[in-house]
Ligand binder design. Structure first.
Ligand SMILES: Cc1cc2nc3c(=O)[nH]c(=O)nc-3n(C[C@H](O)[C@H](O)[C@H](O)COP(=O)(O)OP(=O)(O)OC[C@H]3O[C@@H](n4cnc5c(N)ncnc54)[C@H](O)[C@@H]3O)c2cc1C
Length: 405
């Protein structure tokens, strides 16, 4: 029998995180949207302290509070709640973030311990992942940043843009940046490897922090690598350039774990908007009548139910993709499905919410207009809507990336 009930331990974690979202994040959400580039240190310190005893997938530190078999499911449930609180703050929370996900996906057990153990002690830390370049985004195989071996070191040269938490990871904490670079341009994808560059390494510098439409509490940085030297064993996985692009595949596996997380964040934002619409309708005496034939519903009721159904569908896809990871199953198709569905759903739901509430939705007095701005990024990073649809089509139709692009 299919069971959609949340296990009690995950449900109690969800409730606890919801309380944090409501009482800690919501009250400062507007402030750190408007004061972009200023850092909510009280929030960071509190979340860092909490992370030392919490789920390592979400926060990167401490002891696992969920059974290992439910780590990813617990993580997406947690991320939905945090993003219901505030997506920008959630993304800026000190944690191994995407950099940590890359180390878990492509690193050896020794590398996991070496790079991630620091997240279990000391002061707040961040890690980031730098793939995108001025001339390459969706087509990550076109990376031009180079890694050249010189004795017992790799020397990195190139420019990375739009790196989430790049400033905090590269310069403001004892974290690291995972950099995708090619060791052999002529080998195409097979030459692309992921390298860990520790915070403060000479030759790595943040040259710009973006001003953005949404998730403004999160820093997004340009990082330049100029003769940046790192130890040989900071390359994640095997240094060999083989005919089969195993290194690239290892790095791409990062997305199997991270896309459901982005989907969960999208759902959290969408749910925040939906809750606000419901409360506003309640105040106006408008009740959503479930179980009534569609022909008898008002347009607002139909819109509301449509929004609700879309978020629920996205959530089920997200839970499935995460559950598959917990079972050790390949979830590349399902991760893209969850991300594509949730990215589109949250964009439509937040826009419809603003539309339904008119000036109330557009005013800065409330957070709804902010949620509409925060929503769109979920359709852009970690593979755009179009790229995830391409991946889904390739997997279902059995085409390679060369055959369908
Ligand atoms: C706030 C923010 C945070 C980010 N964080 C990170 C990060 O931490 N690390 C990182 O490496 N990057 C990060 N990015 C970059 C992000 O992943 C890229 O912007 C994204 O992958 C798209 O790449 P691009 O910007 O080069 O756009 P392009 O690849 O040029 O795409 C432009 C448009 O063309 C479409 N398109 C491209 N190729 C195809 C195709 N084959 N078929 C159909 N449509 C296509 C795209 O869907 C998109 O709509 C971040 C971006 C933002 C805005």
């Amino acid at each position: 029998m299919i069971d959609f009930e949340m296990p009690p331990d995950i449900e109690s974690t969800r409730q606890m995180i919801h309380m944090v979202a409501e009482t800690v994040m919501r009250p400062i959400a507007r402030e750190f949207d408007e004061r972009e580039h200023e850092k909510p240190w009280d929030y960071y310190n509190l979340m860092w302290a909490a992370s030392q005893t919490s789920n390592p997938v979400t926060f990167g530190g401490g002891k696992p509070s969920a059974p290992q078999s439910a780590r990813h499911l617990t993580s997406v449930v947690t991320v939905e709640e945090l993003s219901w609180g505030d997506a920008g703050l959630y993304i800026s929370t000190p944690s191994p973030g995407l950099g940590g996900t890359a180390v878990l996906a492509a690193g050896t057990p020794e590398q996991r311990e070496r790079f991630l153990s620091r997240f279990r002690e000391g002061s707040p830390k961040w890690a980031a992942m730098a793939i995108t370049e001025p001339g390459c985004g969706s087509d990550s195989a076109a990376i031009t940043t180079t890694a050249v071996r010189d004795g017992d070191q790799w020397v990195l040269n190139g420019t990375k843009i739009f790196v989430t938490s790049g400033l905090m990871a590269a310069e403001k904490s004892d974290g690291f940046v995972v950099v995708w670079a090619t060791v052999d341009k002529s080998a195409g994808r097979a030459g692309i490897k992921a390298f860990v560059v520790n915070s403060g390494t000479p030759g790595m510098s943040v040259t710009k922090v973006e001003k953005k439409l949404g998730i403004r509490a999160s820093d997004t940085a340009m990082i330049v690598f100029e003769d940046c030297r790192i130890p040989l064993d900071n390359l994640l996985g095997s240094p060999e350039v083989k005919a089969a692009p195993e290194g690239f595949k290892g790095a791409m596996a990062t997305f199997d774990a991270s896309r459901p997380t982005v989907a969960a964040s999208a759902i959290g934002i969408g749910r925040a908007a939906l809750d606000f619409v419901r409360e506003s309708f309640d105040k106006a005496g408008i009740k959503i009548r479930y179980g009534v034939p569609p022909s008898k519903l008002t347009a607002a009721e139909r819109d509301f139910m449509d929004m609700e159904a879309n978020l629920q569908a996205a959530r089920l896809l997200t839970w499935r993709a995460s559950w598959m990871m917990d079972q050790g199953m390949r979830n590349n198709l399902e991760a893209s499905m969850a991300k594509a569905k949730a990215g589109l759903a949250v964009t439509q739901v937040t826009q419809k919410a603003v539309e339904l509430l008119g000036p109330l939705g557009y005013s800065r007095k409330h957070l709804l207009e902010k949620w509409m701005r925060d929503a769109k990024i979920n359709d852009i990073f970690e593979g755009t809507q179009q790229i995830n649809l391409l991946i889904i089509a390739r997997r279902i139709l059995g085409y390679s990336s060369k055959e369908l692009n």
